[in-house]
Design a protein around this ligand. Sequence first.
Ligand code: ATP
Length: 358
Amino acid sequence: MIEVHGLSKLYNGVAALSDVTLSVGKGEFVTLLGPSGSGKSTLLNLISGMTTPTSGTILINGTDATTLPTNQRGLGMVFQNYALMPHMTVFQNIAFPLQVRKVGKDEIRQRVMDVLKLIQLEHVAARRPRELSGGQQQRISLARCIVYNPPLILMDEPLGALDKKLREGMQLEIKRLHADLGVTMLYVTHDQDEALTMSDRIVLMRGGKIEQQGTPETLYFKPETVFSADFIGSSNLFPGKLVEGECGLVLRCAAGTFEVPGAEGAFPAGSTAVLLVRPENIAVETPGDASGRQQIEATLKDTVVLGGIVRHFLETPAGEQIIAQELNQPNRSRLMRGDAVKVSWRVADGRLLPAERA
Ligand SMILES: Nc1ncnc2c1ncn2[C@@H]1O[C@H](COP(=O)(O)OP(=O)(O)OP(=O)(O)O)[C@@H](O)[C@H]1O
């Protein structure tokens, strides 16, 4: 549906986007994720035609769209500010794109009522936007986009203005609409949870380039860089140097010398690297069978209960911070702040990453 090749955008000689190549398949839900200023909106605006590229090409549905005006690209757009017309009713707002396309009156009535039903807001058809909640307004702007059946929908932080609960409800609603309509979605967010919830594929951006792309599972379980590991989910990162141990390479870090999985090959002895261990893989107090585990001493600094999850914040004697996470169970042992504990993880649950580029 979208093929972007070598796309760059310079503003006053500074690259907002650098040589990005990306394809999005028909019916896919792809999310552009990244910190503020990483180029997500620039890439979306180039695809929508609201900005022109400095170099590179954009194909949409097989047609070269690089210089096509927005209204000829066959796409719909939804933004954070709902951009509804305040003097028109909900019905008139949704009907508007159909009137512009010269659709007949009876068909307009039918299609508007169909989408209102789809988003479960038939009862507000006669109201004006100011008489609706933020969540309802966002659903109407979504309805105004899907009513003319664009094969591709671009969304830029559409849920940014909503509170957490509404946002989570809308995430599921957008997902449901995507599945029901079979439309291709390109979605921008800086919220990793939103990206993990909604996407078939996440494109993680950094400094105007694609850092890594893949399914939510791939980005979470197989990050390729420290940046990816740090941006998606929370992580324990131990930087160190690889040295020869008794049975292969080990990582010498401030917190200790750790066995690492699969260090040979990609990481030669003498190189610097970072060991990633996710908090849910770190146990406070080693389970009975300690074989295959890496264990270190630490002091408990704090424990936070987040409903069904418990997070422990710990510190090693070298001053490194460690986060461990477990399920909140009634019979879990209660630890006190200041307790000296042993934390451990299965060597196989560690992931060795290249040291971060300067
Ligand atoms: N019209 C513009 N003129 C000059 N610089 C711009 C313009 N638009 C964007 N930039 C710069 O390009 C870079 C990428 O911006 P972009 O808006 O694409 O980032 P983003 O990832 O969408 O960020 P956010 O999450 O904050 O919206 C930033 O450094 C920004 O300052």
